[in-house]
Design a protein around this ligand. Structure first.
Ligand code: GLY
Length: 373
C-alpha cells in the first residue's frame, strides 16, 4: 500500500500542502480538486515528461471531473527563456484562461520555474500546482515559490516569488529518471543535512543509498525531511530578506561558478556542481578555522560513496582557470556591496552566511582544486 506523507508550508494565506508518496500522479485529480476555484486547469509539461506521464495525469483529472488543456514545451534549460514564456502566456490567453483557472506544472525545475512565473504574471496572478518529476524539483525547486526564467545576463535573473497552491511529489515517477539525474538531485538532499540537520545527515550515511535505489520508505523519508527543512526556512524568510533562506545556497556560490564555466551544458548538472560546491565550502570552512577536518571528511566521503563528484578531477577533459572561476563568483547574484557571499559550516548541521571571506583564501582553495585535474 502506498504511504502518503503530508507537510504544510506555513505561510498564512499563501500556505500550502506538500504531499509525498507513491501513486500520487494517478490520484492527482482528487488531490487537486479541493484547492481549485473552479474545475478547470492548464497542464504544462515538456516533451520527455509528456511521453512518460501526461496521459496518466489526464486520466486522473478526467476521473475527478476537472476540465483540462495541455501544452507541451521542448525539454531542456533553453526553454526557460522569454520566447517560451511569451509563447506559453499567449497560448493561455488564446485559450481564454480566466482568473479562477489554475496551471499545473508537470516536470522538473525548468517547467516548474517557467510555469510558476507564467502563473505569477498572467492576468496578474493565477493559481498553480506543482507536480515535480525530478528529485531535485521534489526537494528544492517546487517548494518555496521561487519562479522565473534565465536572461542572457545569467540564470534565474528574471522572476517572481509566487507560491503554489499544492505540491504533489510522486516518488514512483523518480523510477523513470536517469541515474545521473537522480544523483544530482540527491546532492540537494545532502545539503539539508549539512545546513541544520546532523541527525538527517547521519541517517543519509546509512540509508541514503536505499533512497536512491528506490526503497519507498527511505525515499519518502529523504524527500519528506528535505521538504520539511526547506519549508521551515521558507516560512521564516519567504523572500530571502533576513538571511535564513540564503542558507539554502550552501554549495551554490562555488557550484554556480563551475556550472557557468561549463556553460550550463550537460557536462555538469546543477546538482553535481552543488555537490562539488558543498565540498569546497566545507574545505574553505576548515581552512578558515570554522569546521573540523572530520566533519568536512564525512561530507566528502558520503557524496563520493553514493557516486557524486566531489572535486574538479571528476569533471574530465576540461582545462580550468582560477581567474575565470573567480570572475564568475564575483558576478554571482549573491554579491552584495562588491563582496562575495558564502555559506560556510561551523560543523555538520551548523551552516552560516558570511560576506567576510578573504578572496585570497578562495583563490588558494581554487588553485589547489585546479591542481588535482
Ligand atoms: N533553491 C534555493 C531557494 O529556494 O531559496
Amino acid at each position: 500500500m502506498n504511504v502518503i506523507e503530508s507537510l504544510r508550508v506555513e505561510l498564512g494565506e499563501r500556505g500550502y500542502d506538500i504531499l509525498i508518496g507513491g501513486g500520487l500522479l494517478a490520484a492527482a485529480g482528487t488531490k487537486i480538486l479541493p484547492v481549485l476555484r473552479r474545475p478547470r486547469v492548464f497542464v504544462v509539461t515538456d516533451e520527455r515528461i509528456a511521453d512518460l506521464h501526461l496521459a496518466g495525469l489526464e486520466r486522473s483529472l478526467e476521473t475527478a471531473g476537472i476540465a483540462f488543456d495541455a501544452f507541451v514545451l521542448p525539454a531542456g534549460e533553453e526553454t526557460k527563456d522569454f520566447t517560451h514564456l511569451q509563447r506559453l502566456c499567449d497560448r493561455l490567453l488564446e485559450s481564454r484562461i480566466e482568473r479562477s483557472d489554475a496551471l499545473i506544472a508537470l516536470g522538473g525545475g525548468v517547467i516548474g520555474d517557467l510555469v510558476g512565473f507564467a502563473a505569477a504574471i498572467t492576468l496578474r496572478g493565477l493559481d498553480f500546482i506543482q507536480i515535480p518529476t525530478t528529485l531535485l524539483a521534489q526537494v528544492d525547486s517546487s517548494v518555496g515559490g521561487k519562479t522565473g526564467i534565465n536572461s542572457v545576463h545569467g540564470k534565474n535573473l528574471i522572476g517572481a516569488f509566487h507560491q503554489p497552491r499544492l505540491v504533489l511529489a510522486d516518488i514512483e515517477v523518480l523510477d523513470t529518471l536517469p541515474r545521473r539525474e537522480l544523483l544530482a538531485g540527491y546532492a540537494e538532499v545532502v545539503k539539508y543535512g549539512c545546513i541544520n540537520d546532523p541527525a538527517f545527515f547521519a541517517w543519509l550515511e546509512t540509508r541514503g543509498l536505499d533512497a536512491i535505489e528506490g526503497d519507498p520508505r527511505a525515499r519518502n523519508h529523504a524527500i519528506l525531511t528535505s521538504c520539511r527543512r526547506k519549508a521551515e526556512i521558507v516560512a521564516k524568510d519567504e523572500r530571502e530578506a533576513s538571511g535564513a533562506r540564503a542558507l539554502l545556497n550552501l554549495g551554490h556560490t562555488f557550484g554556480h561558478a563551475l556550472e557557468a564555466e561549463c556553460r550550463y551544458s550537460g557536462e555538469l548538472f546543477h546538482g553535481e556542481g552543488v555537490a562539488i560546491g558543498i565540498v569546497m565550502a566545507a574545505d574553505l570552512s576548515v581552512e578558515l578555522g570554522f569546521c573540523s577536518q572530520e566533519d568536512a571528511g564525512r561530507i566528502r566521503n558520503h557524496l563520493a560513496a553514493v557516486g557524486l563528484p566531489t572535486g574538479l578531477e571528476h569533471i574530465p577533459g576540461r582545462v580550468w582557470s582560477v581567474e575565470s572561476l573567480m570572475d564568475h563568483m564575483s558576478r554571482d547574484k549573491k554579491v552584495a556591496d562588491g563582496k562575495m557571499t558564502f555559506v560556510l559550516l561551523r560543523g555538520l548541521g551548523e551552516a552560516f552566511v558570511t560576506s567576510d571571506v578573504p578572496p585570497e583564501a578562495v583563490k588558494t582553495l581554487l588553485t589547489q582544486a585546479v591542481a588535482t585535474t
